[in-house]
Design a protein around this ligand. Structure first.
Ligand SMILES: [Zn+2]
Length: 265
C-alpha cells in the first residue's frame, strides 16, 4: 500500500540545512499529489520528485512552507517542467508564488486533508501543514530534527516564534516531519523542550544585562553568554540575542540606550 507521504532528500546539505531539505510528496490517484518544499533545482532531485509524484497520483500543486532558498530552490524549475502552481502564505515571502494561501486553507490529499497553519517566528511567512486525520505535521523550519532553529530579525521574530510553539502545543499532533533531519515522534516533549530552551536563553540575556555595565552591546552580551562557544558561531548567537532583546523590548522589560547599548527597563 502507498504510504501517506514520501520524503525525498534534496542534495543541499550544509551547516544550516543539516543533511539537506526534506521534500514531501503526498496524495493518491484520486486527488493527485501535492509537493511541499522542492528544496533544490538539481535535475536529479527534480526527477526524483516527479517520479514520487507519479506514484502519488501525479503532481497538481507545489506548496511552500516559507521563502528561504533551501525551501523554494526547486519550485520554479518544477513549475516550468509540469505547469503546476506554486502556493505560499504570501508573495512578500515568496515572490514567485502563483497563489497566496491563508491560515486554515485545506487541500484534499488521498483520503486525508492537509491544512495550512500560519506559524510565524522562524520567518514571518511560515506555514506548517497538518495532515488532519493522521495528525502528522509537516513542520518546515519551526522544529529541527537536527541542529537548532535560527531566528534572524527582522524576518524572524522571537515573540511570534514562542507564540507559534505554544499554539502547536495546543494541537493534537502525533508526529512532526521537519524540513531538516529525522521525524519527531514525541511532539509534546519536543515542543516543551524548545520552549524551555528559549526561555532559558532569555533568562541568560536578562542576567547578562544585570551583570554587565549599563548599555551592554549585542557583541558584549554574546561574549558573556556564549562562553564555551566556537567564535565562528558568534554570528548566529548574535541573531539569537538580538531576537530575544527585541521580544523583551516589546514586552517593556528592556530598553535601548545610546551607541547600540541595551539595559533593563
Ligand atoms: Zn528557513
Amino acid at each position: 500500500m502507498l504510504p501517506p507521504y514520501s520524503i525525498i532528500l534534496a542534495p543541499n546539505p550544509s551547516i544550516m540545512t543539516g543533511p539537506g531539505t526534506n521534500t514531501i510528496v503526498l496524495g493518491s490517484a484520486e486527488t493527485g499529489s501535492t509537493i511541499i518544499d522542492p528544496g533544490d533545482d538539481d535535475p536529479s532531485h527534480l526527477d526524483a520528485i516527479v517520479q514520487a509524484g507519479q506514484e502519488h497520483g501525479g503532481i497538481s500543486r507545489i506548496l511552500i512552507t516559507h521563502g528561504h532558498s533551501d525551501h523554494i530552490g526547486g519550485a520554479a524549475a518544477l513549475r516550468e517542467r509540469l505547469g503546476v502552481p506554486i502556493l505560499a502564505f504570501n508573495r512578500l515571502g515568496v515572490p514567485i508564488a502563483d497563489k497566496e494561501i491563508a491560515d486554515g486553507t485545506t487541500f484534499s490529499v488521498g483520503d486525508d486533508t492537509l491544512r495550512a497553519v500560519h506559524t510565524p517566528g522562524h520567518r514571518f511567512d511560515h506555514l506548517c501543514y497538518l495532515l488532519e486525520k493522521r495528525r502528522i505535521l509537516f513542520a518546515g523550519d519551526v522544529i529541527a530534527g537536527v541542529g537548532t532553529v535560527v531566528i534572524i530579525p527582522p524576518e524572524g521574530d522571537m515573540l511570534e516564534y514562542l507564540n507559534t510553539l505554544t499554539r502547536l502545543q495546543g494541537m493534537d499532533i502525533a508526529e512532526m516531519v521537519p524540513a531538516h533531519g529525522p521525524n519527531v515522534t514525541d511532539p509534546p516533549a519536543k515542543l516543551a523542550e524548545y520552549i524551555a530552551h528559549r526561555l532559558q536563553r532569555e533568562q541568560q540575556v536578562l542576567d547578562a544585562l544585570r551583570a554587565l555595565p549599563h548599555g551592554a552591546t549585542i557583541p558584549a552580551l554574546v561574549e558573556h553568554i556564549y562562553i564555551d562557544v566556537d567564535p565562528r558561531l558568534h554570528k548566529p548567537a548574535a541573531w539569537s540575542v538580538e531576537a530575544h532583546l527585541l521580544k523583551l523590548e516589546r514586552e517593556g522589560r528592556v530598553k535601548r540606550v545610546e551607541q547600540d547599548g541595551w539595559e533593563l527597563h
